[in-house]
Ligand binder design. Structure first.
Ligand code: CAA
Length: 291
């Protein structure tokens, strides 16, 4: 199926990046959220990120304007039922995602493909509660979406080949690279990345290193663009904890035990950059380690 229009659910960190790259690749995008403020701030973020790309000569001013004009916003979820492909990028909680798919289902065109940008939740389980498990799959972008090259495509047990091919064609048109992952907890990237981040938090918890020495070690000693604690703040500590819990519950192996210090930061509401405090405090001019 030739996808022309895409509905994106959730205008947060991932949703705004997804809308940005889709519109830049000339898809008509309908961005939905439950809050008008979230929609307004997503459009402002997209405009800022497009301006950054224009100022570096990566896109022209005309492309920037055309991209913005292809993005429409709505508070009405049913309107997304008229699109060819829906990418759900709401909060990483299964009950929320399930409720969204339930509310949307009666309004869907017969051919619409449903996908989720979930970073860890079972695609097969999400799909099984819809009327179209064969036209349902995982469509997992990396953050920051306009910069990162990879998209993980995850087939549920029932996903058909046509759905996979349609989604792969979208990834190709975005100029990104698709990696096909099987539907097991956290797929490929987060199955490997999150235990590393969790181990970095244990390294801090056990006093092996400070926030600064742990991040510096991995930046300079392993050539990672960001240290693991800096990256955890960037992703969101609540998301990191949610993924560790999915790994721990789904694979029933103690090696995935979330570090108690990670849980403590999340309980404090210190979720990283988005709340201006996590392993670093971002409220001043330069980030200051919180331990
Ligand atoms: N939109 C558009 N362009 C952006 C951007 C955005 N949101 N963020 C950064 N850029 C561009 C910059 O303009 C810059 O462009 P040039 O190369 O043309 O100069 C380039 O990206 C690099 O940015 P900066 O110079 O500002 O900063 P940097 O060199 O430190 O790179 C970074 C920033 C790309 C984020 C880099 O630090 C990095 O790659 N970090 C690791 C990110 C990562 O691991 N992401 C995956 C997280 S896991 C995930 O997402 C999965 C999940 O489910 C949790």
């Amino acid at each position: 199926m030739d996808v022309k229009s895409v509905g994106v659910i959730g205008a947060g960190q991932m949703g705004n990046g997804i809308a940005h790259v889709l519109a830049l690749a000339e898809y008509d995008v309908l961005l939905n959220d439950v809050s008008q403020d979230a929609l307004d701030s997503a459009v402002a973020t997209i405009e800022g990120n497009l301006a950054r790309q224009a100022s570096k000569g990566k896109i022209s001013d005309e492309m920037m304007q055309a991209t913005l004009s292809r993005i429409n916003t709505t508070l009405e979820l049913p309107q997304l039922g008229q699109t060819d492909l829906v990418i759900e990028a709401a909060t990483e909680r299964e009950a929320i995602k399930q409720a969204i798919f339930e509310d949307l289902q009666p309004h869907l065109l017969p051919h619409t493909i449903l996908t989720s940008n979930t970073s860890s939740i079972s695609i097969t389980r999400l799909a099984s509660r819809t009327d179209r498990p064969e036209r349902f799959m995982g469509f997992h972008f990396m953050n920051p979406v306009p910069v990162m090259q990879l998209v993980e495509l995850i087939r549920g047990i029932a996903t058909d080949e046509e759905t996979f091919k349609s989604c792969k064609a979208v990834v190709d048109r975005l100029g990104k690279t698709a990696a096909s992952a099987e539907d097991f907890p956290a797929f490929i990237v987060n199955r490997i990345l999150m235990p590393m981040i969790n181990e970095a938090v244990y390294t801090l918890y056990e006093g092996v290193g400070s926030v600064q020495s742990i991040d510096q070690s991995m930046r300079l000693g392993a050539n990672h663009p960001m240290g693991p604690l800096e990256l955890a703040d960037f992703i969101g500590l609540d998301t990191c904890l949610a993924i560790m819990n999915v790994l721990h519950d789904g694979l029933a192996d103690t090696k995935y035990r979330p570090c108690p210090l990670l849980t403590k930061y999340v309980e404090a509401g210190w979720l990283g950059r988005k709340t201006e405090r996590g392993f670093y405090d971002y409220r001043g001019e330069t980030p200051v380690p919180t331990r």
